[in-house]
Design a protein around this ligand. Structure first.
Ligand code: FMN
Length: 205
């Protein structure tokens, strides 16, 4: 899936997400926010200017969010995003109401919508984690020009192909040829392979 597909999944399949911001004391605050639209330029939501949430967004210009789809843990897919956020032009408000007509029940009149404003998450990175697949599947993505930083565990050329890491991997996602290779898309990042490796050949990035 592309980053655009992941953002569309958040809007269409998850919709109500848990958003983390930081308050004026530097402490984390979470609240539930609907992600209402996605396009090539990012992810969009609305809020009211009177909310503390609005102030936290304006103060820091940064947020993190998570959402999940699924009945229980083993049938669940989760997506997380963190990135830069900005208040944008208000003509997007009509589009967000058109795409999310239930908003008319919450803010029924033009007058009642005066306090509303639109934010765009315009640059960021994200993670996809699917526990419904066996082995688990994960992916990472970026959008808006954010740098794609590789993370997880990687086997270096110091590997002696002893196979110790294979038995401790809970998802059996290490292949052994002339050296061990971790299938990144199936890795839990538990770190067992790095702990067991007798020559320190597994590094965390
Ligand atoms: C399902 C659900 C969806 C919500 N969506 C939004 C939203 O899109 N925008 C918003 O401003 N508040 C939304 N809220 C309300 C916020 O979660 C609530 O106003 C927030 O916690 C207020 O935070 P604050 O007091 O720190 O400003 C939603 C609440 C629920 C239960």
């Amino acid at each position: 899936m592309t980053s655009k597909d992941y953002l569309a999944f958040i809007v269409e399949q998850i919709h109500s997400t848990v958003v983390a911001t930081v308050d004026s004391d530097g402490l984390p605050v979470t609240c539930v926010i609907d992600m209402m639209y996605a396009d090539d330029n990012g992810l969009y939501f609305l809020t009211a200017k009177g909310k503390n949430f609005y102030q936290r967004l304006k103060d820091k210009g940064y947020l993190a969010l998570s959402g999940k789809k699924g009945e229980d843990t083993m049938s669940c897919t989760a997506v997380s995003v963190r990135g830069k956020v900005r208040e944008i032009r208000q003509d997007m408000l009509a589009l967000l109401f058109e795409k999310n007509p239930y908003m008319l029940e919450i803010y029924p009149t033009d007058e009642s919508r005066k306090a509303l404003t639109v934010f765009q998450i315009y640059e960021g990175s994200g993670e996809w984690f699917d526990l419904s697949k066996k082995p688990i599947e994960r992916d990472s993505f970026t959008f808006g020009g954010a740098e794609n930083k590789e993370s997880g565990y990687f086997v270096t050329d110091s590997c002696i192909a002893c196979s110790s890491c294979l038995t401790d991997c809970p998802q059996s996602c290490i292949d052994l040829t002339d050296k061990a290779v971790i299938r990144q898309k199936n890795c839990l990042h538990c770190g067992n392979c790095a702990t067991i490796c007798p020559v320190g050949a597994v590094v965390k990035r």
